[in-house]
Design a protein around this ligand. Structure first.
Ligand code: ADP
Ligand code: MG
Length: 402
């Protein structure tokens, strides 16, 4: 399902208040009872029910009456909450075309008020692996599955925190602009994923830069864990930018060596196959320093001097804790357990009822998108009910906004 962001303009303050109420209720309900939504939103004259109907019509909510009458947010509803918050913060003013569909994300261009185009990544943790895990694992039968919301938010926070820290340490990553809920805003990388590049003018230096990045990451205590031709962007000058960080782990992780070897192996394999590079004896130069010799696909993890506390030091400041890292690692490894808190359900419901009044809920105001020539750009926001199959075709049913 797709829907144009034009609709954002027509959603009222009340609509957003009810969406926020559902989001709050989802902290401890898979399906939020209608009565609770009404209590949290506290609109006059029972107005919440009318609003819920409207949100349902626009597929921002999903209705479920199998156990009791209730609603949950759809991905689209969650997208709109994040987009609205970021637009209100002045981070961007318009949403443009979809530029990427990852395994667990959708990526769009967004434009700031002054016309700068940025990239917006909406995390969809749970779209692939959660379902795959769910079908395999028994224990999930007993857990609530509203965690996609929590996990997607955690993935976004992690990605933002890593991107920021890596950028500050001189790594070639997009500039981390802002983050809200499951949404990360970053600079737009010029260039293409390496997987799309059939030929390189200078494959050897590109290869060395890439392997050097793996080494430098390890020196900073990190392993990318998905370091491959899909997550490396290259521009016309053959400059590399790495992207996609939600799965990164520390070099102190118990499977660090395996993840490191896998990242290295991916690069070797790709360059061997795609660009016919042959490997005999190579000395890798990261930052001009000799870090050891590797032969064929062997790069010695143990000989790299690693700063294993980089994670704790740098990331805690961004609000991404070691505990968050543990939760997301468990999920990615397919072993996430229910994140139970000691607080009972009723207490948490009451907290939601009072918390909504502290939120600054506004309508989005005007949202428009124009390119440099003041021409209308097609605009779409992909949204979906998270029970339905995702439609991967970008640009379909796009609607001009001006
Ligand atoms: P996933 O985690 O779902 O794999 P990625 O972060 O790898 O998501 O992004 C998927 C695709 O979106 C990338 O392969 C790339 O084509 C595009 N993309 C992601 N971030 C950017 C960016 N900052 N600038 C330009 N394109 C991007
Ligand atoms: Mg990727």
């Amino acid at each position: 399902m797709k829907l144009d962001v034009n609709m954002l303009r027509y959603l009222s303050k009340e609509d957003f208040r009810v969406l926020t109420a559902v989001e709050m209720g989802m902290r401890n309900h898979e399906i939020v009872p209608s009565e609770l939504i009404s209590r949290i939103a506290a609109l006059k004259h029972g107005g919440t029910y009318k609003v819920m109907k409207n949100l349902l019509k626009h597929k921002l909510l999903h209705h479920d009456s199998s156990k009791y009458d209730g609603f949950r947010l759809t991905y689209l509803g969650y997208d709109f909450l994040a987009i609205k918050t970021l637009v209100n913060r002045g981070v961007f003013a318009a949403v443009g075309r979809q530029i990427g569909v990852g395994k667990e994300s959708d990526i769009f261009e967004v434009a700031t008020e002054d016309g700068t185009v940025l990239a917006m990544k909406l995390h969809r943790l749970g779209r692939v692996s959660f379902r795959a895990v769910k079908s395999k694992r028994d224990y999930l039968r007993h857990r609530n599955n509203f965690n996609w919301l929590y996990l997607s938010r955690l993935a976004a926070l992690k990605e933002f925190a890593f991107m920021k820290a890596l950028g500050e340490h001189g790594f070639p990553v997009p500039n981390a602009v802002d983050c809200n809920r499951h949404c990360v805003i970053m600079s737009l990388v010029q260039g293409y994923p390496l997987v799309q590049v059939k030929q390189l003018q200078n494959p050897e230096p590109v290869f060395e830069t890439i392997v050097g990045l793996i080494v430098r990451l390890a020196e900073h205590g990190l392993i990318h864990c998905d370091f491959n031709e899909f997550n490396l962007m290259i521009d016309d000058d053959e400059k590399i930018t790495m992207i996609d960080f939600p799965q990164m782990v520390s070099v102190s992780h118990r499977n660090a060596q395996m993840y490191f070897d896998r990242d290295v192996e991916c690069v070797f394999k790709f360059f061997r196959k795609r660009y016919n590079l042959s490997f005999h004896e190579y000395t890798v130069d990261a930052d001009g320093e000799d870090v050891g010799t590797y032969e064929s696909n062997r790069l010695c993890f143990s000989s790299i001097s690693k700063d294993a506390i980089f994670l704790d030091k740098e990331l805690a400041a961004s609000g991404f804790s070691t505990k968050d890292q543990e939760v997301i690692e468990k999920f990615i490894e397919g072993a996430v357990e229910e994140n139970n808190s000691d607080t009972d359900e009723e207490t948490r419901d009451d907290e939601c009822v009072s918390a909504i009044n502290e939120q600054n809920i506004e309508g989005v105001g005007s949202l428009h998108l124009q390119d440099e020539d003041e021409q209308t750009i097609d605009c779409v926001v992909a949204g979906e009910d998270n029970d339905t199959e995702h439609d991967h075709q970008a640009g379909e049913s796009s609607v001009p906004l001006t």
